[in-house]
Ligand binder design. Structure first.
Ligand code: SF4
Length: 337
């Protein structure tokens, strides 16, 4: 089954947010000033159960979804995530399950359990190597060493190459670009540099705080000559670059200066069961009501297909200072990137 949107893009990837909660307060996603102790997270009863997520996944797979990514908030704050992976892995049509995490709760045992349950790939966020910068960016004083340990746990558990995501924000951590590259060169892990994005409406995004892909690549190339590598698959978000001396590869995710909406095959499911067709969407279609209202598989499948068929999203290609500043958008911490 091949379900296409109005721009001919197939429905192929489903990003599943399993919680809007997180134990970090990253400045570019969930700034502490706006997500304080009194922030109202989604009530537990409003979250989709693992059975509901598994049912939706089966129906999405029937429409062509082949890849799943589990996100949050911080997905590992949701208990027994390994159980969910074990429920999703045997779904007919699903070929790949990955996880995006801040690594703070990833022990060696948990990494093993997730891999045994069927997790294939993992992405761990790390924005700097020095504690002062990283603690300032994660907003909770979490140390670098523990995230580096989580990366080692994931690799040792068989989830290598681990992808390491660094969001680069001018004036916050751009000084750390070369140090991060040097640290991960030759390790087999893949460091990806992410342009600071105007996700949601709370991170105070400004264009002059964006360190462009062009600048990042030029700085890396000046130290360690690089060459572009072919994509692993169509629609891959990160553009791959490899060190000419065999030191491995890096990636760049340039949503601001090199948008990739043309190949965007990603749907997003929020933890409370709303379907979003773009990271920068303002509204989503409610599926939980159908799930809990006794709707049939046919009816829900019809709804999923109908939402995708009329999809025209290409926010990053149309982004202007006005859209970045004024437009209502869902929060990154709610939909999970
Ligand atoms: S901006 Fe929206 S349509 Fe474009 S790549 Fe991102 S999620 Fe896809």
């Amino acid at each position: 089954m091949n379900t296409r949107d109005e721009l001919g893009r197939a429905l192929h990837d489903l990003r599943i947010s399993v919680t809007d909660r997180c134990n970090f307060r990253c400045t570019y996603c969930m700034p502490r000033e706006l997500f304080g102790a009194d922030h109202a997270f989604l009530p537990r009863a409003s979250l989709l159960s693992f059975d509901e997520i598994a049912r939706l996944t089966r129906l999405f797979a029937g429409l062509g979804v082949r890849k799943l990514r589990l996100t949050g908030g911080e997905p590992l704050v949701r208990r027994d995530l390994g159980q969910l992976v074990a429920m999703l892995a045997p779904t007919h049509g699903i070929e790949d399950i990955s996880l995006t995490t801040n690594g703070s709760l990833l022990s060696r045992e948990k990494a093993e359990r997730l891999r045994k349950a069927g997790l294939k790939r993992i992405t761990i966020s790390l924005d700097a190597l020095d504690d002062a910068t990283f603690k300032a960016m994660n907003g909770v004083g979490f140390p670098v060493a523990k995230v580096l340990a989580a990366i080692d746990h994931a690799a040792a558990a068989g989830l290598a190459p681990v992808k390491v995501n660094m969001v680069v924000r001018r004036g916050a951590n751009d000084q750390a670009i070369e140090a991060m590259a040097e640290h991960f060169r030759g390790t087999g892990q893949i460091l990806r540099f992410i342009e600071f994005m105007d996700v949601g409406t709370t991170n105070g995004w400004r264009l002059d705080e964006v360190v462009t892909a062009k600048e990042i690549l030029a700085r890396i190339d000046a130290r360690w000559p690089i060459e572009q590598a072919p994509p692993n698959y169509p629609g891959e978000v990160a553009v791959r670059w490899r060190y000419r001396d065999g030191g491995g590869e890096i990636g760049v995710i340039a949503s601001v200066t090199r948008p990739f909406c043309g190949g965007c095959t990603r749907a997003r499911l929020s933890a409370e069961g709303r379907l979003y067709t773009c990271l920068f969407a303002a509204t989503g279609a409610d599926l939980r009501g159908m799930l809990r209202g006794g709707a049939s598989d046919e009816a829900i499948t019809g709804k999923l297909a109908a939402v995708w068929h009329v999809r025209r999203d290409r926010y990053s290609e149309l982004r202007t200072a006005a859209t970045a500043a004024g437009r209502k958008k869902i929060e990154m911490s709610y939909i999970g990137g």
